[in-house]
Write a protein that binds this ligand. Structure first.
Ligand SMILES: [Zn+2]
Length: 357
């Protein structure tokens, strides 16, 4: 696909979503959602809420052309990598426990559809992540709890991001995780609307490939080691994936949902689909960074609680979320219940028992 075709496809998809949201939600609220495109050469997207929180929402999302171009090129290279079977031995070894192996790329779709569907999944996820920031008024929340004005929510690691630490970093990280949660909730609902049966399972697989690839791209070359406290403006991709993958398989395991969509999604199978897609994207990114990758400890998904420093890190995150959640719920003007970040009782108990040690 030529660059111009990538911009056109992204433009059509995101403009259509923006129009739908204006017609269905923003008009009811007397507000407006606008989508802008920027020629800025960075891989970035940002969100801005104009006006005050007492007024109808005037929300703006800006996407850089370079972001969509780069995401497509990443996904194209990732699909080529999977087609090449370069790491087949490693994948066969890691995923040998599955009774029914999951294809590295679902043969139910053509090679062109792999690229296109994964790309659309990735850009819609970015868009709904930005909308998640706006829906929960994270600019207002960050300004209020940090005592300085935050006008723009940006996905790029701003130059002085390393200076963000302590409470500020915890607020940044947890609001990113909350926006991830909103995005996953909306995207999974969209996938259910568009696909059914085996196509749906394949689309979920490609969705996780697309989101994982996007998170690694945003993170760039920085370390993936989890510090015991949040630092900088974004959590690392593994931390973010450990947050949203359980969200995906928990949501898709709800039996009422199965009745609604007319198929039963086996929980173990969905977990396998998600893990394999995220792991494949992780190994691909490792390969992009170094020719002969040695897989570091803690590189793949194991649950944030099981990760070195995971409990200390999550303790700060959960405490911060509990502090800001009531206000976020009061500000949130639309969206499903399932889109609001939540931590399981198991997570809370594990953190609490760690504290008592
Ligand atoms: Zn964000």
């Amino acid at each position: 696909m030529k660059d111009i075709d990538i911009y056109e496809l992204a433009g059509n998809v995101l403009s259509s979503i923006t129009s739908d949201l204006n017609e269905s939600i923003y008009s009811e609220l007397n507000g407006k959602l606008s989508l802008a495109w920027s020629p800025d050469p960075s891989v970035n997207a940002w969100a801005k809420s104009e006006g005050t929180i007492d007024e109808p929402p005037i929300h703006k999302i800006c996407i850089n052309y370079e972001l969509v171009r780069q995401l497509y090129r990443d996904i194209e290279a990732f699909c080529e990598y999977l087609e090449s079977d370069l790491d087949k031995g490693a994948f066969d070894f890691w995923f040998q426990d599955f009774e029914q192996p999951i294809e590295m790329l679902p043969s139910i779709f053509t090679s062109e559809a792999h690229r296109k569907n994964t790309f659309i999944a990735a850009i819609t996820w970015v868009f709904f992540h930005e909308l998640g920031h706006l829906k929960q008024e994270h600019g207002y929340i960050r300004s209020k709890f940090l005592n300085y004005q935050v006008d723009l929510i940006s996905e790029c690691n701003i130059e002085d991001s390393r200076l963000i630490e302590g409470k500020a970093a915890a607020i940044y990280h947890v609001t990113e995780m909350a926006a991830d949660f909103e995005a996953v909730d909306t995207c999974i609902s969209e996938l259910i609307r568009h696909f059914s049966g085996e196509d749906l399972k394949a689309a979920i697989y490609l969705f996780v490939c697309g989101v994982s690839s996007t998170l690694y791209r945003f993170h760039g070359d920085k370390s993936l080691i989890l510090d015991n406290v949040p630092g900088g403006n974004h959590p690392n991709p593994l931390t973010r994936l450990e947050n949203i993958i359980p969200q995906i398989y928990e949501f898709l395991s709800i039996s009422d949902l199965h009745q609604h969509i007319g198929i039963v999604l086996d929980r173990k199978r969905i977990l396998g689909i998600c893990n394999q897609a995220a792991t494949a994207a992780g190994l691909f990114w490792l390969r992009c960074r170094t020719e002969k990758p040695e897989i570091p400890d803690n590189y793949f998904l194991m649950g944030n609680l099981n990760r070195a420093n995971g409990k200390e890190y999550l303790c700060k995150i959960v405490e911060t979320w509990d502090e800001i959640e009531p206000e976020i719920k009061a500000l949130r003007r639309f969206g499903h219940y399932y889109g609001v970040l939540q931590f399981s009782q198991h997570t809370r108990d594990s953190i609490f028992s760690k504290r008592k040690e």
